[in-house]
Design a binder for this molecule. Structure first.
Ligand code: ADP
Ligand code: MG
Length: 602
């Protein structure tokens, strides 16, 4: 008889495989352990890490604890106190439910557990190494549980290789704790790294306060609340306005569970993108509550994705909710607003000047022939009474006979500055509107890329260096970006484990902006995962974007005639004078035809 080639895998092998799905990095261990503590009814949870969690993750709670039998069961696969029957899967109210986390973590670490359910009878201590129990003994402790996970992936070198630098791992672990802290304001949470306190969140009653506490927002940062119901669903949270150009950072929780759901992230990004200016560097915390029966949390091994029964309704609700906060925060004029004012159908953001390879795009001198330059044609017949027409308009006829003045800049004849924010010009085809901030941003972006490529950047030594308290994770990553900063004229070094010292800046950069740029770059450096080359490339682009945004002239800023002309000349020489590096339009033209049609001349 031939021996069967198919064998059932031994438990320890199964656990290691599961570990690959549940445990990706120290942050996933933190998430699973903290979720367990919450499920155990803890009021206070403390998280301690060493070396970003690579050497040690320790989570202690004052929850209901476990007896010795329960503790021994807890580390068995599929042992859970949270589900009894298959029907329970349809209405999961706890964060955990599969009984996979503890055995998976224990299989790939040196694992210690102490727990006590009743101080009268005493506690239990377990030691497990690579999945094998190597010690069980009684211990004395108060009610609650402490789990220590040392040397993660020590027995799976291939996985250990994929761990990132301690500061990057720390950053992800911190994100996990911050997210969870938003779900449960009543919890008191502490996080320490190598003994230093990174986060101490006392119980809060108010989400704004928690957001400010855990994200360490400065008092000047505006937070806008949103809170919207739709039937049995509720979307609430906070939009904290960034002042820079960094990517918005989102924290999304569904029924108290930290997720990275693409649908929800997409909905939030869409609102921010369409909002246009001012949302660089925003922080958004979204808490979504949906009935447990309309949610499937059992679709992802690490439970970081969810599936909604009514995805369309969820998307719409989230969009509306976040937009309400964004609208509340609006104080600035964006280019798209001008266009909207005349448009029949409100069009927002990038769609305003989407490439439109239509006939009227290709007219005019070469500089103006770029497809995005001419606004997209108007949808017809949606407003008031149609403009009277004398004849079928043929492109290029200027019925009014109004003629453009002699061009004295590369974009036409300069009329002047409007609201100290936009440059107005006329050319053969109509009225030209240039967003001065975005135009300058474009010019600077190209210049900074050249500096990063080797061109010498001007730099000015500060009389008193700026000391920026950035915390350990960010400060730890300074060495990775110090050279980049130097290339653009920012001199920075570490001043202790949590502080960065900035001693020189480019002459046109305000100290506060310099500080924010360093912060944003370090933030990205610890956030980006991936191959070093890609990360380096990403950082170059991020630095160029945040620096150009901050150094660029703002709206509501008067420019003298010469400065307006210099900006237009510089813009004409830019790689792409029509769009900022992030795709926002720089130039808008109100065409003569359009103007005449609306004024009833056509
Ligand atoms: P799950 O959370 O999916 O049930 P875990 O492997 O994370 O699976 O945990 C297994 C079981 O161990 C839990 O169901 C719970 O009964 C127990 N447990 C884990 N952590 C704690 C804790 N901090 N306090 C009390 N009980 C815990
Ligand atoms: Mg669990």
């Amino acid at each position: 008889m031939a021996v069967s080639r198919i064998k059932v895998l031994a438990d320890d092998v199964v656990n290691r495989i599961a570990a690959g799905e549940v445990v990706e990095r120290p942050a996933s261990v933190v998430k699973e352990l903290v979720e367990n503590s919450i499920d155990a009814g803890a009021r206070r949870i403390e998280v301690d890490l060493v070396a970003g969690g690579r050497s040690l993750v320790k989570v202690s709670d004052d929850g209901h604890g476990m007896s010795e039998d329960e503790a021994l069961l807890a580390i068995e696969r599929h042992a859970t106190s949270k589900l009894v029957s298959a029907e329970d899967l349809d209405r999961i109210s706890t964060l955990g439910f599969r009984g996979e986390a503890l055995p998976s973590v224990a299989a790939v670490s040196r694992f210690g557990l102490t727990s006590c359910a009743d101080p009268e009878t005493g506690g239990v201590e377990l030691r497990i190494e690579g999945g094998s129990v190597i010690g069980v003994q009684p211990c004395v402790r108060g009610r609650g549980t402490t789990i220590e996970v040392a040397d993660l992936f020590f027995n799976t070198p291939a996985r250990r290789k994929f761990l990132h630098a301690p500061e990057t791992e720390l950053r992800h672990a911190q994100d996990a704790v911050m997210a969870i802290s938003l779900a449960r304001l009543d919890l008191s949470l502490a996080m320490r790294h190598g003994g230093r306190t990174l986060l101490e969140a006392p119980p809060a009653t108010d989400l704004d306060q928690r957001v400010r506490d855990v994200f360490k927002l400065k008092a000047a940062v505006q937070c806008h609340r949103f809170d919207l119901d739709a039937g049995s669903m509720r979307a609430h949270g906070v939009v904290a306005l960034g002042r820079g150009s960094g990517r918005p950072r989102l924290t999304v929780l569904v029924n108290g569970r930290w997720v990275k759901d693409r649908l929800l992230v997409g909905a939030i990004y869409r609102v921010l993108r369409n909002a246009g200016a001012g949302f660089g560097g925003a922080r958004v915390a979204l808490l979504l509550d949906v009935p447990a029966t309309q949610l499937d949390v059992n679709v992802h091994p690490a439970k970081t994705e969810v599936r909604f029964a009514r995805a369309g309704a969820v998307f719409a609700l989230v969009e509306r909710a976040v937009r309400s906060a964004v609208t509340a925060s609006h104080g600035t004029v964006a280019v798209n607003k001008i266009y909207e004012a005349g448009a029949d159908e409100p069009r927002r953001g990038p769609s305003v000047a989407e490439p439109e390879p239509s006939a009227n795009a290709a007219r005019g001198p070469s500089l103006f022939s770029h497809p995005v330059y001419s606004p997209a044609p108007q949808p017809r017949g949606l407003t008031d009474t149609p403009a009277p027409r004398l004849a079928q308009p043929t492109p290029k006829t200027h019925r009014s006979g109004a003629r453009a003045g002699e061009a004295d800049t590369p974009f036409g004849r300069l009329i002047g500055q409007y609201r100290q924010s936009f440059l107005l010009l006329e050319d053969d085809h109509g009225l030209v509107i240039v967003d001065q901030h975005v135009a300058h941003e474009r010019v600077l972006y190209d210049r900074i890329l050249r500096q990063l490529g080797g061109e010498r950047a001007p730099s000015q030594r500060l009389l008193t260096p700026i000391l920026v308290d950035l915390g350990e994770a960010l400060t730890g990553a300074l060495s990775r970006v110090v050279e980049l900063l130097d290339k653009v004229g920012i001199e920075a070094d570490a001043f202790g484990p949590e502080t960065v010292r900035i001693s020189a800046l480019p002459p046109d950069l305000a100290p506060h902006d310099g500080e924010e740029i360093v912060r944003e770059l370090l933030d990205r450096a610890t956030e980006l995962d991936g191959v070093p080359d890609q990360v380096a490339h990403g950082l170059v682009e991020d630095l160029a974007a945040s620096l150009s945004c901050r150094a660029a002239v703002k709206v509501n800023h008067r420019l003298v005639d010469a400065a307006q002309r210099r900006l237009l000349a510089d813009l004409a020489a830019a790689d792409d004078p029509y769009r900022c590096p992030h795709g926002r339009p720089i130039i808008l033209r109100l065409g003569q035809e359009e103007m005449e049609r609306r004024l009833g001349r056509r």
